[in-house]
Design a protein around this ligand. Sequence first.
Ligand SMILES: *[C@@H]1O[C@H](CO)[C@@H](O)[C@H](O)[C@H]1NC(C)=O
Ligand SMILES: *[C@@H]1O[C@H](CO)[C@@H](O)[C@H](O)[C@H]1NC(C)=O
Length: 334
Amino acid sequence: MKPRRQQALLLWLLLSSCVLTEAIEPISTTVAAVSAATALAAFIANWKNSECCQPAWISFNMTGLQADLDKKLFGQHIASRIISNAVSGFMSKNNPNKPLVLSLHGGTGTGKNFICKLIAENIYKEGMQSNFVHMFSTTVHFPHQSHLLQYRSQLQQWIKGNITNCERSMFIFDEMDQMHPGLIDCITPYLDYHEKLDGVSYRKAIFIFLSNAGGDSIAQTALEFWKTGQSREEIKLKDLETVLSSSVFNNEQSGFFKSSLIDQSLVDFFVPLLPLEYKHVVQCAMAEMMARNMTPVKHVAEMVAKDLNYYPKQERVFSDRGCKTVESRLDYYL
Ligand SMILES: *[C@@H]1O[C@H](CO)[C@@H](O)[C@H](O)[C@H]1NC(C)=O
Ligand SMILES: *[C@@H]1O[C@H](CO)[C@@H](O)[C@H](O)[C@H]1NC(C)=O
């Protein structure tokens, strides 16, 4: 090949995104002879550092997820087991027959966003910063009920566009309980068992819904266990399933009210998050100190935990904001 043609070919390769990462290797060697080689090499190096929809940037670490759930998520034995099994099962399939759809339920600060972060970090090299992880928050992206139609078409375009870019995309919908019930229905077709829709396959994507809906009823069940002296770890998923169904599916404020998503059983797992106790808040504070590369100090963690409010008023069992404000309160005590 003449040098000029080589350059043209290389430029074309570079412009045609990441699809040809592997192909670039032999070519970059041949190209060394070309006068512009140095500049191109720098360009390639730079370009190689930008995230691609490729195994180098997206690969699931099963032991990593398990270890993170065990070590970093406190007081959530049910959620931890469901998440680990669901994500590992899904990611180990080369041709899943539908996307993975999870719905996480629990009060403030119980770990819903944190679980998303752990999943993202064990799939995407860039974690939550990945270009393939998309977070939608009702109050930010869909604040006005009157714009429902516009939101619906926008959301469909976003999902289609992003999955066309990368099949292994992850979509997180925060504040589902504040979402207009008519909005989420528009993504139902993508969550279904279709081979392809308009030439796009959605089967490798992950959808996660986060919601406070059901949090109160879950807390109620947890309190009953506590009152009867049963250990928290004895709470089983089935103890919470009926509670969840009544407070999520039949509740106008859950974002899922009369949703076709529910009717058609497109949600694979409903994941309940339990309210957190004093000892879990202490664990969160200790973990936060470690995350800051400090030696964790127990009495500091205890001061932070004592500073929070606990409910019910009499018994003071559960932190009303979970571990949510631990991070900022820690600054105050250090
Ligand atoms: C997977 O996670 C484990 C535990 O965090 C870590 O030791 C290991 O290096 C990770 N593997 C890869 C391939 O990143
Ligand atoms: C992907 O989703 C984001 C929102 O997270 C949106 O701004 C963007 O336009 C979408 N990309 C495509 C190609 O549709």
